[in-house]
Design a protein around this ligand. Structure first.
Ligand SMILES: [Zn+2]
Length: 188
């Protein structure tokens, strides 16, 4: 078994945690099934709780994201299928999720799927801030980020048609060169 570059910190000698990670890394995002919840940065941690149960830590992408209950259900189904219970799912809101957590692989998969990945670094909040930090997380609306390139032809000549695309986290753009509309995953 090779060591992956996954940014998790599971104890390599803990077979249960390792199995749980590999099961959960395969859980797709319900809205964009070409990428996994780990690649999107939703899956934060898998650990043993004090009572011995598995604890799966997830951070929602957008508050009130309707996909989160589906994601929790999918996690449960995957762990049940692998007989990795008992488990619980903890939703952690701080530090807040950011599109900066989307892996490079996932950005390529989004593009191939026809969704322009977020451009630039959001950088508006510190992903390393501790959950207990009293500092307020302030989100700045990025003003001068470059327009997303067309995921189909790569043209930089694109225009925004609508602030919201198929879901609230995406904007609707159109390529001026190939005329195709596309979803843009907004930096957040
Ligand atoms: Zn195009």
């Amino acid at each position: 078994m090779t060591t992956s570059t996954a940014p998790h910190t599971a104890n390599p000698t803990d077979a249960t945690l390792n199995r749980a990670w590999s099961v959960l890394e395969a859980v797709p995002d319900p809205e964009i099934p070409v990428v996994s919840i780990r690649e999107l940065g939703i899956l934060r941690d898998v650990r043993h709780a004090a009572d011995g149960a598995l604890e799966v830590v997830i951070t929602p992408t957008y508050s009130g994201c309707p996909a989160m209950s589906q994601i929790a259900e999918d996690i449960g189904l995957a762990l049940d299928a692998a007989q990795l219970g008992p488990y619980r799912i903890a939703t952690v809101l701080a530090p807040a999720w950011t599109t900066d957590w989307i892996t490079a692989d996932a950005r390529e998969k989004l593009r191939a799927y026809g969704i322009a990945p977020p451009t630039g670094q959001c950088g508006s909040h510190d992903a390393n801030a501790s959950a207990g930090s009293k500092e307020k997380v302030i989100r700045f609306v990025p003003r001068s980020l470059p327009a997303p390139a067309c995921p189909r032809c790569g043209s930089a000549h694109t225009e925004r048609l609508a602030q919201f695309g198929s879901t609230a986290c995406k904007a609707l753009y159109r390529c001026i060169d190939c005329r195709e509309p596309f979803d843009y995953f907004k930096p957040y």
